[in-house]
Write a protein that binds this ligand. Structure first.
Ligand code: BES
Ligand code: ZN
Ligand code: ZN
Length: 457
């Protein structure tokens, strides 16, 4: 989708309409949000806009572009009444227009050109970067487990590094053994596809802060020997969403040229069954030397993240913040619903910053508090720690308590755990998100980084 910042003839003119009139009412159009009215003979498409705020504009723009699906319309025109909505319109159109057609023989006709008048050119350019990065993340997540193996994710990372001038290191099994990453290695052991640790880095000269984002990159989560029931296993190609979001973030941040040193560490692993699979009752030794009692091989994400967190803290100097992103627990989605991301952290300041990033980006978040009693539930009789809790309740928080075991004392207040198990992949459209991968975490992460760059001016 190309944006041209001048007026021109287009197939359809999109009009944001905050109230209906006698004429439009004849078509049953009440100007409600996400409601549209297409009048092809007039070359007009009305999209309802009840409230005057960015998120509503984004939803209205998405509804408009979706209403043109299958209509073979290739150009649209929009007159922006207010410059401040440039970002919202571009994101709404680009995120709303996305459809994943890699495996379809018949492809749809997308809108190719948008003539946009009254827009802020910088805001348009920035929103394009972030939207392209979100759709890039969606594409990788939607790709099937056999087409997006850990090695494929690693080669995508290498390609991204080449095009965006990033550093890129990929560790294979042998190198991870040298790094003593016994926790992550156990999870991938029964897979036909070798595990990879991917480390991308963006190091601009004017960096004001150093940040690491650690992403869970389970290219498939069958549950392992604690096998998932069939209908819980489908969609588990999306268990790489945290890692793919982290890749989308570094893509956007490097193109926006934000003055922040950013490191992305992705644990790309496949959790399968087999004679050499890791087992409930195993005790694993993580990179920081801690021993972990395994009770359920389906709680694999935290085992991968544990080693990746240790790796990031050891290899990257002067970290100002550490974010981890993961489709970690079904419990998080049960607790806050499918459209919301769970945030866990020791530092109220970090939560405040993430909340602000949530408001700016439009990604919904909910803070889930740590709790000293929940922490006790991951005690183990046989190892230093158990990777799952002894109670069925509070699963999102107890998972975070486990990750906390791998955060160094000096970094406790720098860390935020971001559980995107709900919004990362939903099997229905919602707002400007399509069926399947939403790219959750990309806009939230980019906004967070934008914010901390502003701070230390
Ligand atoms: N990848 C899943 C979590 C998940 C579930 C993400 C549904 C998205 C949608 C994770 O590895 C998992 O299976 N977690 C278990 C943990 C349990 C065994 C303690 C869960 O949530 O049931
Ligand atoms: Zn699992
Ligand atoms: Zn998983």
């Amino acid at each position: 989708m190309e944006f041209i910042l001048e007026s021109n003839e287009a197939d359809i003119h999109i009009i944001f309409q905050n109230k209906s009139d006698e004429f439009l009412e004849k078509f049953g159009f009440e100007a409600k949000l996400e409601q549209t009215c297409l009048l092809p003979e007039k070359g007009l498409l009305y999209t309802g806009l009840e409230d005057d705020d960015e998120e509503s504009v984004k939803l209205a723009a998405a509804a408009a572009i979706k209403a043109l699906r299958g209509k073979k319309i290739t150009s649209v025109a929009i007159d922006l009444s207010e410059k401040k909505y440039s970002k919202a319109v571009v994101e709404g159109l680009m995120l709303g227009a996305y459809s994943f057609e890699k495996y379809k023989n018949e492809k749809s006709t997308p809108v190719e050109t948008v003539y946009l008048t009254g827009a802020d050119a910088d805001a348009v350019a920035q929103a394009q970067i972030v939207s392209v990065a979100t759709n890039y993340t969606r594409d990788i997540i939607n790709t099937t487990p056999d087409d997006a193996t850990p090695a494929v994710i690693a080669s995508l990372a290498t390609e991204l590094a080449n095009s965006n001038n990033l550093g890129c290191v990929v560790l294979d099994t042998e190198q991870m053994e040298e790094e003593k990453m016994g926790s992550m290695l156990a999870v991938g052991r029964a897979s036909a596809h070798e595990s990879k640790l991917i480390h991308l880095s963006y190091t601009p000269e004017n960096a004001k802060q150093t940040v690491a984002i650690i992403g869970k990159g389970l290219t498939y989560d069958s549950g392992g020997l604690s096998l998932k029931p069939g209908d819980f296993m489908t969609t588990m190609k999306s268990d790489k969403s945290g890692g793919c979001a982290a890749m989308g973030i570094i893509k956007a941040v490097s193109e926006l040229k934000l003055p922040v040193e950013l490191h992305v560490v992705v644990g790309a692993v496949e959790n399968m069954i087999g004679g050499n699979a890791y087992k409930p009752d195993d005790v694993l030794r993580a990179k920081n030397g801690k021993t972990i009692e395994v009770k359920n091989t389906d709680a694999e994400g935290r085992l991968v993240l544990a080693d990746c967190l240790c790796y990031a803290q050891e290899k990257i100097e002067n970290l100002d913040s550490i974010l981890d992103m993961a489709t970690l627990t079904g419990a998080c989605a049960v607790g806050v619903g499918e459209y919301t991301t769970g945030l866990m952290a020791h530092s109220k300041k970090m939560i405040k910053k993430m909340n602000k990033a949530s408001q700016k980006s439009g990604e919904q978040v909910a803070y889930l508090p740590f709790n000293r009693f929940l922490k006790k539930l991951i005690k183990s009789e046989v190892a230093d720690v158990c990777h799952i809790a002894s109670s069925r309740y509070g699963g999102a928080i107890t998972a975070a308590h486990f990750l906390d075991e791998f955060i160094e004392e000096k970094n406790k207040d720098k860390w935020v755990h971001i559980d995107i198990a709900g919004p990362a992949f939903v099997e229905r459209e919602w707002g400007y998100n399509p069926f399947g991968a939403s790219g959750a975490g990309v806009r939230l992460g980019v906004e967070y980084l934008r914010q901390i760059c502003k701070k230390k001016d």
